[in-house]
Design a protein around this ligand. Structure first.
Ligand code: WT7
Length: 659
C-alpha cells in the first residue's frame, strides 16, 4: 500500500447530492425483506447468519457451530455442516418439481440461442461430474477454466463443485502468460477451454493461449477438455486434448451429490493486488453460498417464480461467480447469459435482449452505463424495457449523473437502483441499499447489509463521525469472506489484517455523509479500476520492465469519463537498447510496449498512453511518487514536489511532454 491519504476533494460534490428516492409502497409491500431485518441482525449477528444458512441452503448435515473465530483471521463458518453446492443449485430444484423452469436463456454472440431448464442443466452437470472424475479429477484437485460466456462455463464450475474439485476460472481476456502463472500457482490437473468464442461476429480463438501456456514442461496439467464453440480448426495434442462433446456423450447422466464440509474449498479466483503477483483468493463452500444466496434474494428482491434476472458480468470475475453461477441458481432463478459485447451487431443489443426475455432485474457496471449513456438515450428508447423492476450496479463508484441516467433511460424512473459494494475477497455483496427499504441516493452504496459490520475509520482505526472520510474496514468476520490466499497464509494476514489490528482492511477510501450513509471513493492503494476490472500498477510495471527496451516504469490510473480509470504508463528507456530510429520511432516504441503488456497480462491491461520520460519522480527513500504522475496524467499541475530526491524531475517531465 502507498502512504497516499484519501483524496476526497474531488468527491466533495458528491456529498452535496440531496436527491433521494424512497421505495414505492407497492414495491415495499411485497419486498423480500423489510426494515426489521437490520434490528434482527443487530440483535445477534451470528444467529442471523445461522438462520440465513438454514433458510437458503439444503444441508446434507446440519452444522453444530455457526462461527469459529478462535484463530483469527482464519474463520470457520457453519462448523460440522456438510453441503453440496451443485445439489443446492440444481438437484433440489428438480426434486421440488421445478425441473421445467428455465435456468438459463443463453444468447450467443452470433444470435444462436439455447433454453436450458433446471432438469437439463442438472443432467449436464452430472455428466460433466462423471467425465471429470473419469479423467482422474478427485476432491481437492484444481481445475483451470478458460472459457467464454457460454453455458459450459457454468456447467464446468458446478461439476467441479459437485465432486469437490476446486475451480480456478481465468478470464478469457487474459493472455497465455497470465493463464500459465495461474495454472502453475494452483497446480491445476485439468484445463477446460473452448476452441474460441465470437467477437463482433467473427471467431475469436482461445485454445492457442492454452497451448502456449502449456508449451513448457513442468506443469501439472494432464488433460485439456475443449468445448467446440466456434468450430475453428485448432492445434491438437493427442492424448492430452479431448473434445467436450465426446467426453460428455460417453459419460453417465446419473451422479449422486454428496455433501462436502462447509469449509471445503469451492474455488480460487486470482485478483490483482499491490504487488506484481496476483493473489489466489480462496473461497469455501457453506459460508460463501449462504451469503451469495441471501444477498441475491434480499438485494435484488428476487422472485424466482416470475423474475428474469440478467447479470452482464463475465464468469472470469467474481461477479460472474457469485451472481451468475452460485447466487441465482441456488435461488432457483431464471437468468440470461449473453456471450458477446454490448454493441454487436448494433448498440441496442442489450436492450433487445431485455425486451426479448422480459428481463426484470439487470445487474451491470458503471462503465457500461456510461458507455450507453454516451451512445444516447434514443437507443434504449426504441425497446420495451417495461419489464425492468430492479437495477444493480457494481465494480466502481457510480457517478450521480450515470445513476440518474440509468434510473430514467433504463429503469423508467421507477425501478430502484442498488449500488452494491463488495470485492473478490468479500465473496458477496457487503454494502448496498435494500430496494424495498432504503431511500436511495444517486452515487452512494449507503448501508452495510444486515449482519455485516462495515465501518469507515481514520488512520488510527477509530470510527469516523458522520460527515468525515477515511478507510473502509470490516470489523467482524462474515460468511463469504476469503479464507486465505492460496498457498500464502502470511500474505493473507499482511495484506488484509495488518493495517488495522484484528480488522479487515478493504483498500478503499470512503466517507460517511450526514446521515451516516457510505460513499465509496476508490482505492487508496496501488490498485487501479479500469472498466470495473481490477489491475495492479505494479503488475503492469513488471510487464513493462520485462521488455528489453525498458529501464524503469511507473504506472498510474488516470481518471477517465467512461472507464473510470485508464492505464497511463511512464517509461524510461535503456540507453544501450537497440531502439527503433527515425521519425516515427516513439510511436513504434509505444506500440511495441503496448503489445508487450497485452501479451504479458491481457488486452485489458494495455496502457491507454505510454509516455517516454527521462526520469521518474522519487522520494529520498526511492519510492516512486505516483501521485505526482497522476496529476500529470490527469492534466493537473503536480504542485508541491519538494519531498522529491530531485525536485526538478517533474519540470523535466513536463518539459519533455510539451516537446
Ligand atoms: C474493488 C473490488 C465486486 C465485484 C466487482 C469488482 C471497487 C466494487 C464498487 C461499488 C465503489 C466499488 C472497489 C473494490 N468497487 N464495487 N459499488 N462502488 N467501488 O471486484 O475486482 O475484486 O474489485 O472494486 O474499489 O475494492 P474486484
Amino acid at each position: 500500500m502507498s502512504n497516499e491519504t484519501v483524496r476526497g476533494d474531488a468527491f466533495e460534490n458528491l456529498l452535496r447530492e440531496e436527491r433521494q428516492f424512497a421505495p414505492s409502497q407497492e414495491f415495499a409491500a411485497v419486498a423480500n425483506v423489510h426494515e426489521e431485518i437490520y434490528a434482527e441482525a443487530n440483535a445477534d449477528r451470528v444467529a442471523f447468519w445461522a438462520e440465513q444458512a438454514r433458510k437458503h441452503l439444503t444441508w446434507s448435515k446440519d452444522f453444530t457451530q455457526t462461527l469459529d473465530w478462535s484463530n483469527p483471521p482464519f474463520a470457520k463458518w457453519f462448523v460440522g455442516g456438510e453441503v453440496n453446492a451443485a445439489y443446492n443449485a440444481l438437484d433440489r430444484h428438480v426434486e421440488a418439481g421445478l425441473g421445467d423452469r428455465v435456468a438459463i436463456h443463453f444468447e450467443g454472440e452470433p444470435g444462436d440461442t439455447e433454453t436450458i431448464t433446471y432438469a437439463d442443466l442438472t443432467e449436464r452437470v452430472k455428466r460433466a461430474a462423471n467425465a471429470f472424475e473419469a479423467l482422474g479429477v478427485a476432491k481437492g484437485d484444481r481445475v483451470a477454466v478458460y472459457l467464454p460466456m457460454i453455458p459450459e462455463a457454468v456447467v464446468t464450475m458446478l461439476a467441479c463443485a459437485r465432486i469437490g474439485a476446486i475451480h480456478s476460472v481465468v478470464f478469457g481476456g487474459f493472455s497465455a502468460e497470465a493463464l500459465r502463472s495461474r495454472i502453475d500457482d494452483a497446480e491445476a490437473k485439468l484445463v477446460v477451454t473452448a476452441d474460441g468464442t465470437f467477437r463482433r461476429g467473427k471467431p475469436s480463438p482461445l485454445k492457442p493461449a492454452v497451448d502456449e501456456a502449456l508449451s513448457e514442461s513442468g506443469h501439472t496439467v494432464e488433460h485439456v477438455v475443449v468445448v467446440e464453440r466456434n468450430k475453428q480448426d485448432v492445434a491438437w495434442t493427442e492424448g492430452r486434448d479431448l473434445r467436450w462433446s465426446e467426453v460428455m456423450d460417453s459419460a453417465s447422466p446419473e451422479h449422486t451429490a454428496v455433501g462436502h464440509d462447509a469449509e471445503h474449498p469451492l474455488y480460487i479466483l486470482y485478483t490483482s493486488g499491490t504487488t506484481g503477483r496476483p493473489k489466489g483468493i480462496l473461497h469455501t463452500t457453506g459460508g460463501y453460498l449462504t451469503q451469495c444466496a441471501f444477498t441475491h434474494s434480499a438485494v435484488f428482491d428476487l422472485k424466482p417464480e416470475t423474475d428474469v434476472y440478467w447479470c452482464t458480468a463475465d464468469i472470469g470475475w467474481v461477479t460472474g461467480h457469485s451472481y451468475v453461477t452460485y447466487g441465482p441458481l441456488v435461488n432457483g432463478a431464471t437468468q440470461v447469459i449473453y456471450e458477446g459485447t454490448p454493441d454487436s451487431p448494433h448498440q441496442g443489443r442489450w436492450w433487445e435482449i431485455v425486451q426479448k426475455y422480459k428481463v426484470s432485474i439487470l445487474y451491470t457496471a458503471p462503465t457500461a452505463i456510461r458507455t450507453m449513456m454516451k451512445w444516447g438515450s434514443d437507443i434504449p428508447a426504441q425497446y420495451d424495457l417495461s419489464s425492468i423492476r430492479v437495477l444493480g450496479s457494481v465494480g466502481e463508484p457510480i457517478n450521480p449523473e450515470a445513476w440518474m441516467w440509468y434510473r430514467g433511460a433504463i429503469g423508467g424512473n421507477t425501478a430502484p437502483i442498488v449500488d452494491t459494494w463488495w470485492q473478490t475477497e468479500t465473496g458477496a455483496i457487503m454494502v448496498a441499499p435494500l430496494p424495498g427499504v432504503t431511500a436511495t441516493k444517486p452515487g452512494s452504496a449507503q448501508v452495510p447489509l444486515p449482519g455485516i459490520a462495515v465501518d469507515v475509520v481514520d488512520e488510527a482505526g477509530n470510527s469516523v463521525p458522520n460527515g468525515h472520510g477515511g478507510f473502509l474496514v470490516v470489523r467482524e468476520p462474515w460468511p463469504s469472506m476469503l479464507r486465505t490466499i492460496w498457498g500464502d497464509p502470511e500474505r493473507f494476514k499482511d495484506t488484509y489484517w495488518s493495517r488495522f489490528e484484528g480488522t479487515y482492511f478493504a483498500g478503499d477510501g470512503a466517507k460517511k455523509d450526514d446521515d451516516g450513509d457510505i460513499w465509496l471513493l476508490g482505492r487508496v492503494d496501488d490498485v487501479m479500476n479500469v472498466s470495473g476490472h481490477r489491475l495492479s500498477t505494479t503488475e503492469i510495471e513488471s510487464a513493462l520492465v520485462s521488455h528489453p527496451w525498458v529501464a524503469e516504469a511507473a504506472v498510474v490510473g488516470a481518471a477517465d469519463e467512461t472507464t473510470g480509470q485508464a492505464v497511463v504508463a511512464f517509461v524510461i528507456l535503456r540507453g544501450e537498447a537497440d531502439l527503433p530510429t527515425g521519425e516515427d520511432a516513439t510511436d513504434a516504441i509505444v506500440q511495441t510496449l503496448r503489445t508487450h503488456v497485452g501479451h504479458e497480462i491481457g488486452p485489458i491491461a494495455k496502457p491507454r498512453h505510454i509516455l517516454v520520460v527521462p526520469e521518474l519522480p522519487k522520494t529520498r527513500s526511492g519510492k516512486i511518487m505516483r501521485r505526482l504522475l497522476k496529476d500529470v496524467a490527469e492534466g493537473r499541475d503536480p504542485g508541491d514536489a519538494t519531498t522529491l530526491a530531485d525536485p526538478t524531475v517533474m519540470q523535466k517531465i513536463a518539459e519533455d511532454l510539451r516537446n
